[in-house]
Every structure is written in C-alpha cells, then in structure tokens.
Design a protein around this ligand. Structure first.
Ligand SMILES: NC(=O)c1ccc[n+]([C@@H]2O[C@H](COP(=O)([O-])OP(=O)(O)OC[C@H]3O[C@@H](n4cnc5c(N)ncnc54)[C@H](OP(=O)(O)O)[C@@H]3O)[C@@H](O)[C@H]2O)c1
Length: 184
C-alpha cells in the first residue's frame, strides 16, 4: 500500500507498509535529486503546527537530520530556523507556485505539509509535487473536502512508490489512534 488514509472517527486497521515502498521512494529520489543527509521539509514551519513539528523533530537528537523550515516569510523563517541549530535552514516557498514547490522538494526525504488553512485550497499542490518528485509526504489536513481530494491521488502515489499519509494531525489524526474503550 503506497498511501495511508487516516479518516476521522475511523478505527485504524494496522497495515504494515512494505519495506519496498520506502526503499523505492528513496531510490527514486536519489535518481532524480542529489543525495545528502536526511532532510525533512516542514511547510508552514513558521506557523503554530509546523513550528511545533519542527521543534519536536529537533528534539529527536538526530545529528544527521536537517530540518528545513518552509514558508513565504523569509525574515520570520530565517529567524526560526536559526533557533534549531546549524543544520537547519529556511526555504522560501509558496505552495501555490508549482515550480518553486518542486525545487524545494528536490533532495528532501520527507515533506510535512502544515501550510494551512487547508479549507481554502481547491488543489492538493503539495501532494502533487510530492508525487512528481517522489517525496514521502505527511499532512495535517483537517478539512473533509481536501482529504477526499487528496485521497483521489492514491493510485498516482502508489504508482510512484510514494508513501503519503493524509490528515495526520491531532484531530483528525492522532485522535483516530486513541481507541480507548470507556465503561460508563
Ligand atoms: N489536524 C489537526 O489536528 C490540526 C490542528 C491544528 C491545525 N490544523 C491545520 O493546520 C494548518 C496550519 O495551522 P496553524 O495553526 O499552524 O496555522 P498558522 O499558524 O496560521 O500557520 C500557517 C503556516 O502556513 C504557511 N503558509 C500559509 N500559506 C502559505 C503558502 N501559500 N505557501 C507557503 N506557506 C504558507 C504560513 O507561513 P507564511 O505566511 O510565512 O507563508 C505559516 O507558516 C491549518 O490548516 C489548520 O487548520 C490541523
């Protein structure tokens, strides 16, 4: 399975990703982009959710991890990226600019899409760019229409060997995993 779809109020059925999916994605990446240390691009990295994500990643104590903060505001982005240390940098990108997006994703091993609001989007530009650049993808979408639109890319993601997890924020997302039985 190349694409996991996390839906609100749907119990998760654990389905292990075949190892080949991740391997295929990284092989695909290295054939089109130059290889380098692990790089995670957090789009919306200057926002509330994206910055929390970037900060959490920085606490993993993985010296080989480069965290890229993506957004439009250079001043804010550079200032925040500098707080994460020398291995982090700001990448100026507008998710509505396809060529800018593809350039930003080149050499990236994972893109976390937190550049909302998702409610205003009528296209899945980041997911499309992730598929075309063969970049593993996670988003924190919290909009039903957007998530169905994203789900429409399942076959394309699968054909490209790109793992893509949609609606993986807190709610929906992590809340879907809280499968706790309550007794009244
Ligand atoms: N699933 C969940 O549990 C959950 C929870 C909270 C939020 N969310 C969703 O996550 C999204 C972000 O929430 P937030 O609270 O972090 O919002 P926020 O603080 O307003 O941050 C939005 C971020 O997106 C960036 N951005 C906006 N438009 C952009 C564009 N065209 N190109 C590139 N970057 C762009 C902004 O940076 P620049 O303006 O500098 O470009 C900023 O970094 C929202 O859609 C929200 O609904 C989901």
């Amino acid at each position: 399975m190349a694409m996991l779809v996390v839906r609100a109020c749907t119990p998760l059925i654990p389905t292990p990703l075949p190892a080949a999916v991740g391997e295929a994605a990284s092989m695909n990446k290295s054939s089109t982009c130059s290889t380098r240390a692990a790089r995670v691009l957090v789009l919306g990295g200057t926002g509330r959710v994206g910055w929390s994500t970037a900060t959490a990643l920085s606490k993993l104590r993985r010296p080989d991890l480069n965290i890229l903060i993506g957004g439009r505001n250079r001043e804010k982005g550079k200032s925040l990226a500098s707080k994460l240390g020398k291995r982090s940098e700001f990448v100026q990108v507008d998710i509505h600019d396809a060529s800018m997006l593809e350039e930003a994703l080149c050499g990236v091993d994972l893109v976390v899409h937190a550049a909302g609001p998702f409610q205003r989007e009528d296209k899945c530009t980041v997911l499309e760019a992730a598929i075309s650049t063969k970049t593993p993808y996670v988003d924190v979408c919290d909009d039903v229409d957007y998530s169905w639109r994203a789900k429409g890319f399942h076959k394309q993601a699968e054909a490209s060997g790109v793992p893509a997890i949609i609606t993986a924020g807190i709610c929906p997302g992590v809340s879907n995993c809280l499968h706790i039985p309550f007794t009244l």
